[in-house]
Design a protein around this ligand. Structure first.
Ligand SMILES: Cc1cc2nc3c(=O)[nH]c(=O)nc-3n(C[C@H](O)[C@H](O)[C@H](O)COP(=O)(O)O)c2cc1C
Ligand SMILES: [Fe+2]
Ligand SMILES: [Fe+2]
Length: 407
């Protein structure tokens, strides 16, 4: 937990959380930072009062104390997005102060009532509406619907050029004391960029269309600092995270990077032997690849990997006339996250009837994934030498197709 100065009159209060599944679902091996911001004009506002998870509000009060800010002096609680990781603190705050004003979008106001029973002292903001905090800090608001919920907006401080972006431009990864791009080494920045891909693919991916629209809208503002609700603050090169997000959004429909993700599962090692052969070919070809066994690897890790990969190899056996269940589950989740237009190859073992392939066709069709599949290789029990040769040919064909589609 850190309280740091972003720029004149603006401070970041950052609380790290780990040992949870984010949204009750996503593994966060490197934790996540929940960022609130204080803007001090003549009046004081807090942007995104983090969450109500156990222990977090207490840490926020400690940070306010460090900055010598009396929580009772906060007049405006700006909520860019009503998801409880950005709004949950309101319940706590209400217990110490009753006459603050909530500043939020119209859609957020509806949720405010249903989530927290809060219906009074609400200032509803739409595009270009402003709030003057005094001392030159005039805030403007812009709606960025569906990044990540329909209610989301961003807050822009016109004096300092600071854009408070909530979920947009965020990343996983705990915050350190130096939670600013200008204070981090290139290695550390690369770490947060990787965490940004994990965050994007797990949390925001399905809304890549709205992300593009949000970027177009924000591009019109004279942004000097990007201050997200998760991850690091970009004040040396705010364009870097905006460009990154623009790339991540484009990966939804592909092509993504010149990479191949292998997702595989196996009960008795027969598919596994074929996977080892395929991976050996990928190594020979010298293409960047990521290999994930399911269900051992979490959905979040597989999604982050497939999001940046143009090519996918799916390998799994038939199980009770269908696809090996954890492979079917992650494939379906990829469909829901709209991982589209990948170039793919599927192989796998079966005993007597097969069935994995049929379910694959169903899942990709149902989710309108529009993947382009090479001819699959299915083998009974262990793959024969001829079948291994076929697998090798297909893998090389996949590598060629990925390389030519990325260039
Ligand atoms: C629980 C279970 C269910 C299976 N169901 C089917 C099936 O419905 N149809 C089929 O052709 N083979 C079925 N098989 C056979 C496997 O697909 C076959 O043994 C395959 O070689 C396993 O590959 P693996 O060693 O990579 O797990 C099943 C095997 C198990 C253990
Ligand atoms: Fe969110
Ligand atoms: Fe969030």
């Amino acid at each position: 937990m850190h309280a740091t100065k972003v720029t004149d009159d603006i401070y970041q209060l950052s609380v790290n959380v780990d040992n949870i599944l984010f949204e009750g679902l996503w593994e966060i091996p490197n934790g996540v930072a929940l960022n609130s911001y204080i803007i001090k004009g003549e009046k004081t506002a807090i942007v995104d009062g983090v969450c109500g998870w156990e222990g977090v509000p207490g840490q926020l009060y400690e940070l306010l104390d460090k900055l010598e800010i009396d929580p009772k002096s906060i007049e405006y609680l700006i909520i860019n997005h009503m998801e409880p990781d950005h709004s949950g603190w309101i319940e706590d705050f209400k217990q110490i102060k009753s006459d603050f004003k909530v500043v939020c979008s119209r859609k957020s106001a509806e949720l405010l009532e249903h989530f927290y029973g809060h219906t009074s002292n609400i200032l509803i903001m739409g595009d270009n509406d402003t709030l003057d905090l005094g001392n030159g800090h005039v805030l403007s608001f812009y709606e960025i619907p569906n990044v990540h919920w329909p209610d989301t907006m961003v807050t822009f401080d016109n004096l300092t050029g600071t854009l408070f972006t909530c979920d947009a431009f965020g990343s996983f990864g705990k915050a350190e004391e130096a939670n600013y791009d200008d204070m981090l080494s290139e290695d550390k920045l690369a770490f947060y960029e990787k965490e940004a891909v994990r965050y994007y693919s797990n949390i925001v991916a399905a809304f890549s269309g709205p992300v593009k629209k949000a970027i177009e809208k924000c591009a019109k503002l004279p942004i000097k600092i990007v201050a997200p609700g998760h991850g690091i603050v970009w004040r040396k090169d705010p364009g870097r995270i905006i460009e990154n997000y623009s790339k991540y959004a484009s990966y939804q429909k592909g092509p993504a990077r010149e990479e191949i993700t292998v997702i595989w599962g196996s009960m008795y090692g027969m598919t596994e032997k074929a996977v080892k052969h395929a991976v050996k070919i990928l190594e020979e070809e010298g293409i960047e690849h990521h290999v994930h066994r399911v269900p051992e690897t979490s959905w979040g890790t597989v999604l982050a990997s497939v999001w940046t990969s143009t090519g996918v190899i799916l390998a799994m056996p038939t199980y009770e006339y269908k696809m090996f269940p954890p492979a079917a589950a992650i494939l379906d989740e990829m469909g829901k996250k709209k991982v589209q237009n990948r170039i793919a190859f599927r192989m796998g073992s079966y005993g007597w009837s097969g069935g994995a392939q049929k379910e694959l066709d169903e899942i990709t069709a149902r989710n309108k994934m529009n993947w382009s599949f090479l001819e699959p290789v299915e083998f009974r029990g262990n793959a024969s030498d001829e079948e291994l040769k076929l697998i090798e040919e297909r893998v090389r064909e996949l590598v060629r197709a990925v390389r030519s589609s990325v260039k």
